[in-house]
Design a protein around this ligand. Structure first.
Ligand SMILES: [Zn+2]
Length: 224
């Protein structure tokens, strides 16, 4: 994929900050008007990137500068908001669409690729505090930005890739559960063993009236 540079004057300095999060938006208009609007000084608004329905990616503001995409804060629900202008520590991605609409497949693939680039470049963690919708910053005026049809679940699964299946909660310790000589990945959290995916092993086994033992030496669960 390639990024087409299309400069907007609507930005300011990050004042020493670096991007720690990606803010996803949806436009209230379609191409080419939505691109020219974000480049119009009258708009007083922009984003770092605009991903079109055709799957094109335009960059309007350098990552190193603060695009004007999420500066207004109203009743935020975002743990990383620190009271200063969010534009200084976020990257903004606009998606060509009208709120309530869905992304096209080409658009989804383009924004997935772009998210991956930004995550790698800026070391952004893949979680719901570091990849957010605009509504998390302004829940009053932007409740539908990017709207209920934005593919959050698919995006997180794709961004995490393989690791999604193997994900274990913070603080958990990996183990295996041996059933009939075969090992299944599991984890232990607060003295309870879960199969990956969150099924409690003992609860399951009790339900099946089988015997379950803990092998301390080999750090594994055995079901007979
Ligand atoms: Zn927005």
């Amino acid at each position: 994929m390639k990024i087409q540079w299309s400069a907007s004057p609507n930005f300011s300095s990050r004042k020493g900050r670096t991007p720690i999060a990606v803010v996803d938006h949806i436009t209230a208009g379609l191409m080419p008007g939505t691109l020219s609007w974000m480049k119009n000084p009258q708009a007083q608004a922009s984003a770092h990137y605009l991903v079109t329905k055709a799957g094109e990616i335009f960059q309007l503001v350098k990552d190193e500068d603060a695009a004007w995409h999420a500066g207004a804060v109203a009743n935020p629900d975002w743990s990383l908001y620190d009271g200063t202008n969010p534009n200084r520590y976020t990257l903004g991605i606009e998606h060509e669409c009208i709120s309530g609409g869905e992304l096209t497949e080409a658009q989804y693939q383009a924004t997935l690729w772009l998210h991956r680039q930004l995550i790698a470049k800026w070391g952004i963690p893949i979680d719901q505090e570091h990849i957010i919708g605009h509504y998390r910053i302004d829940s009053v005026n932007r409740p539908n930005d990017p709207g209920p049809d934005f593919p959050w679940q698919r995006l997180f699964v794709d961004l995490k890739g393989e690791s999604e299946d193997m994900a274990i909660p913070v603080g958990a310790k990996e183990t295996i559960v041996e059933i009939g000589g075969k090992a299944y990945p599991a984890y232990i959290l607060t003295n309870t063993t879960y199969f990956q995916g969150g099924v409690p092993v003992r609860e399951l086994v009790n339900a099946l009236t089988k015997q379950i033992t803990w092998d301390e030496v080999n750090f594994k669960v055995i079901i007979k």
